[in-house]
Design a protein around this ligand. Structure first.
Ligand SMILES: CC1=C(CCC(=O)O)c2cc3nc(cc4[nH]c(cc5[nH]c(cc1n2)c(C)c5CCC(=O)O)c(CCC(=O)O)c4C)C(CCC(=O)O)=C3C
Ligand SMILES: [Fe+2]
Length: 375
């Protein structure tokens, strides 16, 4: 086997995700897990519960992660990368702590973590690092020797993440009626977060209006829009907009919301919109409900033709990107020179979250960062 497919010093990959309910009885306990201590109004929770009940109480996210696990294992096997893959979630079974306990029992000592979040933010990065620190503390309290954990760098600008989304937008444009296609605008969407969380996202030097969170999404949006222009010869105007706002109404979150944006585009005479959910790794509930149900209903009310483009999901190019990120990071840990792969203006993200990256409201231990107690 060539050197590049050596994962040493790592002995396992952990896919770390959000988790979702798998039946009606799971919905309320799942939402309690998600919102524990996070100050989400009761009304909002009831409403979000209804989104899940509309789909039989089942979030597609777990099956999508199972498909990603299959794609990763297949890719690793085909390329001779001998690295076992595990899966654990923040909010639903298989729970992260149970998976880490199993990994420790299997003798895994150096674990690399892949999160199903491509960008910097408290929710998408540090909160997962806090979950890892909590799980490690539990193992330690149980008298188990906790493994050492590193997290793969943010992959928002990796070609294996961006290219499937370019294809998705091209497919959605092609799927629009011909008479509105050339004039279509692209609405890149991501999860809204409190502006205070956006402004402090990423390393301290990226803090400022919108922080690394907005900056990274704008980088991806521009990459996709440029590629679409190159391949179609048409300059489709675009904007980064937000969805899935939560929290109390008096706290500012990133705007505009996709539904307001559709209204505004319609009023401006735009003939069609492609909604491209670049903030998400799979077509989970935020996509199925907030875009395919709510935003589609708004568009129907406006008689505005819209299409929603696909997320990467289990695309083989994404699986290959994960393999490349693993072998790249492993080489770094072995002290070898590597050229990290990244598109766009921002360049490859840091391997180790620096101190002050995506701070929490109340500081808590977080694993796999420069400020980690057991890094
Ligand atoms: C940045 C971000 C991502 C993208 C990065 C990533 O993927 O990590 C993301 C993903 C997801 N969010 C999800 C679900 C929920 N998020 C909620 C609440 C919140 N999300 C937030 C942010 C994010 N969320 C925030 C700041 C809150 C407020 C509460 C808090 O400060 O923590 C709530 C509570 C109800 C509500 O208020 O909406 C639910 C149910 C699911 C699962 C979908 C499924 O089941 O298929 C996924 C993948
Ligand atoms: Fe969320």
């Amino acid at each position: 086997m060539p050197d590049a497919l050596d994962a040493t010093p790592y002995d396992a990959l952990l896919l770390l995700s959000f988790g979702g309910p798998e039946g009606p009885d799971d919905v309320v306990p799942f939402l309690e897990n998600v919102t524990r201590g996070r100050g989400i109004p009761k009304e909002r929770l009831k409403e979000v519960g209804q989104h899940y009940f509309l789909f039989g109480g089942v979030s597609p996210i777990n099956d999508q992660n199972r498909a990603l696990l299959d794609a990763l294992r297949k890719d690793f096997a085909e390329h001779g990368l001998d690295l076992p893959v595990y899966w654990g979630n923040r909010n639903w079974a298989p729970y992260l702590t149970d998976t880490l306990r199993e990994m420790a029992a299997d003798g895994r000592r150096r674990i690399l973590v892949l999160t199903t979040s491509a960008y910097a933010s408290y929710s998408g990065c540090r909160q997962y690092r806090e979950n890892l620190a909590d799980a490690l503390a539990t193992l330690r309290a149980e008298g188990l020797e906790p493994p050492r954990i590193d997290k793969l760098r943010h992959y928002f600008n990796h070609p294996g993440f961006v290219e499937p989304m370019i294809d998705g937008v091209l497919r959605s444009l092609a799927d629009l009626p011909e008479d509105v296609r050339a004039g279509a605008h692209i609405a890149f969407t991501t999860h809204s977060i409190p502006t205070s969380a956006a402004d402090t996202s990423g390393p301290v030097e990226a803090h400022g209006e919108g922080g690394a969170y907005v900056e990274q999404h704008l980088d991806v949006a521009e990459l996709i829009a440029d590629a679409v222009r190159e391949r179609t010869g048409i300059d489709h105007p675009w904007r980064l907009v937000y969805q899935s706002r939560s929290g109390a109404p008096h706290i500012p979150w990133l705007e505009p919301d996709i539904c307001d944006h559709l209204e505004e585009r319609h009023a401006a005479g735009v003939p069609a919109v492609v909604m491209a959910p670049i903030g998400f790794v799979s077509d989970h509930m935020e996509v199925l409900y907030d875009l395919d149900t709510e935003a589609e209903a708004k568009a129907a009310e406006l008689s505005l033709p819209v299409r929603r483009s696909a997320t990467v999901g289990a695309d083989p190019r994404f699986a290959a990107a994960v393999r490349e990120l693993i072998t790249e990071r492993a080489a770094v840990e072995r002290g070898q020179e590597v050229t990290p792969c990244a598109l766009g203006a921002l360049g490859p993200s840091h391997n180790l979250c620096p101190v002050g990256c995506c701070p929490a409201r109340a500081p808590r231990p977080a694993a796999a960062g420069a400020d980690s107690p057991y890094a």
